[in-house]
Design a protein around this ligand. Structure first.
Ligand SMILES: [Fe+2]
Length: 244
């Protein structure tokens, strides 16, 4: 993480105001556990310049089998809490679909949750690339959806197979890099890979992937580091966040 050995700068804002990757719907995944925490995290995000949120609860087989039905009431409660604080930020949700049987069944049935513009967020397992990923990217586009691959810089099996990044991107997947990766929250290799994707013009969205207050502190430190301005300058003109 940054900022420990260099003098902190004045914090800058994120280079977008619409966040499409965060776990702030209360009690539905490994992100915020309750409504108060969710509202606190959202207030924190507003300090970074976020004014519109499309939260992305995990959808994973067995652990977090979220559907529109499981998310409606937690979202209603969160909006009520924000309203009671006089906070009128726009909060919606889509989902982060781990590529497994459960998600594939939802894609098949056409019951999945997407972003405006028909973007749908998919996530690879961390152990291995799904053998069917090329097919999923093709099939979703046939259905009229554009897949957004969450944090490609975190999948270590791509580190020595960087050609896959271009192949997936050329096949029509958009890439969403985590601000937390830029902040070195997961390690130096993930940070390096995020830099590689930026310098190769392969980053279409940034997202916080905020789960908790520890993450928020890491992003705070990053926004006060000299790295943030350089990263954001390199991304200028590329981000689709505020175009959806
Ligand atoms: Fe996530």
């Amino acid at each position: 993480m940054f900022n420990f050995f260099s003098k902190p700068q004045k914090p800058i804002s994120l280079p977008y105001s619409t966040d499409i990757h965060c776990h702030v719907i209360p009690g539905v995944d490994d992100g915020s556990p309750d409504v108060q925490t969710s509202a606190d995290l959202i207030v924190h995000m507003q300090k970074w310049g976020i004014s519109r949120i499309f939260a992305s609860p995990h959808v994973t087989k067995s652990t977090f089998e979220n559907t529109p039905a499981t998310l409606a009431e937690p979202l209603r409660q969160l909006r009520a809490e924000l309203a009671s604080r006089g906070n009128d930020i726009e909060v919606n949700h889509h989902a982060e679909y781990r590529l497994d049987d459960f998600s594939l069944a939802q894609f098949e049935a056409g019951t999945f949750m997407s972003l405006p513009g028909n973007y749908i967020m998919i996530e690879n397992p961390f152990v291995d690339e799904p053998w069917f990923i090329d097919q999923v990217i093709f099939d979703l586009q046939v259905k009229g959806f554009t897949p957004v691959l969450a944090h490609p810089e975190r999948y270590s099996y791509y580190f020595k197979r960087r050609d896959r990044f271009k192949a997936l991107h050329d096949a029509g997947a958009k890439f969403q890099v985590n601000v937390l990766s830029l902040a070195e929250a997961y390690g130096k290799e993930q940070r390096a890979m995020a830099g590689y994707l930026i310098s190769n013009g392969l980053v279409d969205f940034l997202g916080t992937d905020l789960h908790n207050s520890r993450h928020a502190e890491i992003i705070d430190a990053y926004l006060s580091s000299k790295h943030a301005a350089a990263d954001f300058a390199a991304l200028e003109g590329h981000l689709l966040n505020d175009k959806i």
